[in-house]
Design a binder for this molecule. Sequence first.
Ligand code: DGL
Length: 268
Amino acid sequence: MLAFFDSGFGGLTVYKEVEKLMPEYDYMYLGDGARAPYGNHTPEIIKKYTEEAIEHLFDKGARLIIIACNTASALALRHLQQKYIRDTKATDRNILGVIFPVVEKAVEVSKTGRIGVVGTKGTIESQTYDRELTKLHSDAKIFSKACPLLVPFIEEGWHTKPEARMILKKYLLPLKSKNIDTLVLGCTHYPFMLRDFQRMMGKRTQVLHAGKIVAESLKDYLKKHPELEKLLSKKGKRKFLTTDSTEKFQDFAKKFLKMDVKAEKVEI
Ligand code: DGL
C-alpha cells in the first residue's frame, strides 16, 4: 500500500494531489496530531516520532511511505532511509520525502538562482533546503525564513483573518527586499495561504508548494521502479489514521478532501 505520514492533517495538501493524479492505488494516511506540531520540537524528538510512525505504517502493510511533513523530511528522512532501506538492503519498500522534488523544480524554474524558502523552525534551522538547492545549483543564493506562527493560525482556521495576513507580511518583509524569483513553501500548511503568499511577493516571484510537484514526481518514480510499483495494491481503498481525536481529523479532512472520511484512532 502507498502510505503518507504527516505530523497532523497538513499533509493532506500533498495526499490530495497524489490521490487525484493516481486514484487507482490504495492509500493509507497517518497524522500524528496528538504530538503535533513537529515544527518546534528538537531534531532528536522529530526523528523519534517519525521513526515510530514509519514503523507503524510498515507494520500495517505500507510498501512505499511518503513523508509529507517538511519538518520530518528535513530532519528524519536520511536517517530512516539508512535504517530501514539501505542497512537492510530492502528492495520491496521505500521511504520518500517532499523536499527533493520541490528543490528540483525550484532549480528548474528559477532564472536568477535567487530562491526563498519558508518553513517551520525545525525545517529552516536544519538548512536541508539550502543544502539540497546548492547541491543542484552551486551558484544559487538561498534566503530562508522560519514562520512559526503560521501553523497555529492555519490549524485554528484563522488564516483568512487580517491578523494572519499581518503576521505573514512581517515574515515576508525581509524576503521581499532580496529580489528572489522563486519562493518555496516548505511546510504542509502554507498552501492554505497560497494566495496571500503570492499577492505579497508579487508577480515576479513564483510560489512553489509540494502538492502537484510531489504527485508528478511520485508518478515518475513509480514508472522507474516497476518492481516496487507492482507491490502496491490497487483497489481504490482509503484508510485514515490519527493519533488524535478522530472527529477533529474527520471534520478537517471531509471539508478539505470533499469526501466522506472515516478516521481510525491509533497509538504509535
Ligand atoms: N507538517 C509540518 C511541516 O510541513 C507543519 C506542521 C508541524 O509543525 O507539525 O513542516
